[in-house]
Design a protein around this ligand. Structure first.
Ligand code: HEM
Length: 509
């Protein structure tokens, strides 16, 4: 076969892996809800570097951090491409550079994004993150039963104050200096629609079928069963609105002199100094950089905050220790702020453990091999889809004993100081494609964790007899993996009423 000839030419054999069917390859063997679990079980049999086939597509799965770093970081010039996604262009998904092939277009978009989101620049977001966290506290105080809405999306909410919609509003604010409306913000709605509809078509597992039946994408949209085509059209339209409307908003504000600082206003100013011939390229990159900031930022942050809420409800003793730390370091007269971060190691340990305990992107985003390669004697074909499996890395028992348990203490030494070990950065991916929003995400998560623990107590909801309502957490993987709604009670700590909360908020404003 062609493959064995290539192998003979290069030396080395394919990494071990499960036997597949002649045409389908290994697709039928994969748990469609939790493919990362299938890859963990393959790993137990074949090792941490696994070869599989989806139809005719070569796939390499990496279950260990070491191999992921050896390939995706140390050999990053060969492993920074993305798999070809037949859905990307028909669904108008050119606005998110997460899916742009490796090359100049991606490089420029990522460079512009970096302008606003690199570690030092992301410090500028702190005041906005604090302000949004304050709004979140007020919303949680007033309508705690709507906690998921406050943390994630918009939804009818009975409070009259601006509904925080924390994640989306931080993202919109830093990218466009756009204040999300209290309810049903038109832009947040359109981003959600574009994301929910689009992202399910952007994974190698789902799109594998299109590489063998590409006609599915080309059936006329009125054809019965042509859902994919109809969705592609809808999604393209949402994408255009989601990209263009907020840019026009910034341009209008700049023209009237009312634009506050934002990524897009900075980039529009940079644009004025571009060579005229380079402007079209710059415009395309500006669109990718800005749309990626808010479409990439909102959903991920909110999924992690839901994981955090779940962790707190299930582990009251963790809250007790966290509160004792906050009370000792910050006191009860004010809320924790970023300056307190170095003195609050337990809060950081919670943040790390939330990220590790339930990775919200269990298979990160697949990379692709530009050229064939040989690693430890194994042959990796050119064009192979390379899937790193952060889920498997989070379940490494040597590094994380009792991996399915939530134990922030694993990141601390006996004196309660943060251990000098690498935090679970694998949840943000690897190499040149590593998540560029991670610094902003880290600060948003930290401030919410610190402030909510300072003010609230999370517990299981009670039934009419006053008994805890027990539940088994369930998770769904849509855009990102997140817990399904679970019953919970969020009540202010004793002594915190609305007046006191307003005072606390004012004291850190
Ligand atoms: C809350 C936690 C977050 C997690 C766990 C997360 C995780 C990831 C992962 C796993 C990747 C793929 C990395 C790879 O290919 O190796 C990624 C890429 C990306 N993330 Fe994040 N992310 C988070 C927050 C954010 C935020 C807040 C933003 C935007 C402000 C963002 C923007 C992006 C973009 C634009 C990419 C594509 C990078 C590229 O292809 O060059 N992410 N993220």
């Amino acid at each position: 076969s062609r493959l064995s000839k290539r192998r003979a030419a290069e030396g080395g054999s394919l990494p071990p892996g499960p036997a597949g069917l002649p045409i389908l390859g290994n697709l039928l063997a994969i748990d469609s809800q939790e493919p990362w679990e299938t890859y963990v079980s393959w790993g137990a049999e074949y090792g941490d570097l696994i070869y599989a086939r989806f139809f005719s597509q070569d796939v390499v799965i990496i279950n260990s951090e070491k191999i992921a770093k050896d390939l995706l970081e140390k050999r990053s010039s060969n492993y920074s491409d993305r798999p070809y996604l037949p859905t990307r262009l028909p669904f108008g998904w050119t606005h998110n550079f997460a899916f742009t092939p490796y090359g100049n277009e991606w490089r420029l978009a990522r460079r512009l994004f970096h302008q606003g989101f690199r570690a030092e620049a992301a410090l500028n977001f702190h005041p906005k993150q604090i302000c949004k966290a304050h709004q979140l506290l007020i919303n949680l105080y007033e309508t705690p039963q709507n906690y998921a809405d406050h943390l994630t999306t918009q939804a009818p909410c009975s409070c009259f104050k601006p509904c925080a919609v924390f994640s989306a509003s931080v993202a919109m604010s830093v990218t466009y200096d756009y204040e999300t409306a209290p309810h049903n913000d038109p832009l947040v709605t359109v981003v959600e629609k574009a994301n929910t509809l689009g992202l399910q078509y952007m994974t190698p597992e789902t799109t594998a079928i299109l590489s063998i039946f590409p006609f599915l994408l080309h059936l006329p949209s009125w054809f019965p069963g042509a859902t994919m085509k109809r969705n592609a059209i809808l999604c393209t339209n949402y994408g255009v609105e989601m990209v263009e409307i907020p840019i026009q908003y910034v341009q209008k504000n700049m023209a009237s002199g009312t634009a506050g600082p934002s990524l897009v206003s900075d980039l529009l100013r940079m644009r004025e100094h571009e060579e005229p011939t380079r402007v079209p390229e710059f415009d395309q990159a500006l669109r990718q950089a800005s749309a990626s900031a808010f479409s990439g930022g909102a959903e991920t942050t909110s999924s992690m905050l839901l994981m955090y809420t779940l962790a707190m409800v299930l582990h009251p003793h963790v809250q007790v220790r966290a509160r004792a730390e906050i009370d000792a370091v910050v006191g009860k007269d004010r809320l924790p702020g970023f300056d307190d971060r170095p003195s609050l190691p337990y809060i950081d340990a919670i943040l790390r453990e939330v990220a590790r305990w339930q990775p919200i992107a269990p298979l990160a985003i697949a990379h692709a091999a530009t050229n064939s390669d040989v690693y430890e004697g194994y042959y990796i074909p050119k064009g192979a889809v390379v899937i790193a499996n952060p889920w498997a890395m989070s379940r490494n028992e040597t590094k994380y004993p009792k991996p399915s348990e939530f134990i922030p203490e694993r990141f601390l030494d006996a004196d309660g100081a943060l251990l000098d070990i690498e935090p679970p950065t694998f949840v943000f991916g690897f190499g040149r494609r590593v998540c560029p929003g991670r610094h902003a995400a880290d600060a948003s998560l930290w401030v919410v964790i610190a402030m909510t623990l300072a003010v609230f107590n999370f517990s299981k909801a009670k039934d009419v007899q006053g008994r805890d309502i027990e539940f088994l957490p369930k998770f769904s993987a849509g855009v990102t993996r997140h817990p399904d709604p679970f019953p919970c009670r969020i009540v202010p700590r004793s002594g915190v009423d609305m007046k006191e909360l307003a005072r606390l908020v004012d004291s850190t404003a």
